[in-house]
Design a protein. Sequence first.
Length: 88
Amino acid sequence: YDFGAFEVGGALLLTLDNSRFQVSYEQVEFLRAQLLRWLPTVLILHVPLSVSESLRPFNGYALCGDPAWGEATDRSWRDERRARWPRE
């Protein structure tokens, strides 16, 4: 999984590749270390993080970290040219 940090005009831009609908341990450790720099920070992600049901604007699409994510909600596997999420 990829991640990166860039300083622009006194702000910290953090990038995390969560395109597989998960964040790795290494990414979390990287994020934690970067946030401890105490700079104004913008987090850039591929997939929006999960939010509560009432804030979910994505018409039923599961978000990163969503407990509902799995085989039943994996609608984009063909478009992304990857294997379908496994059945539980």
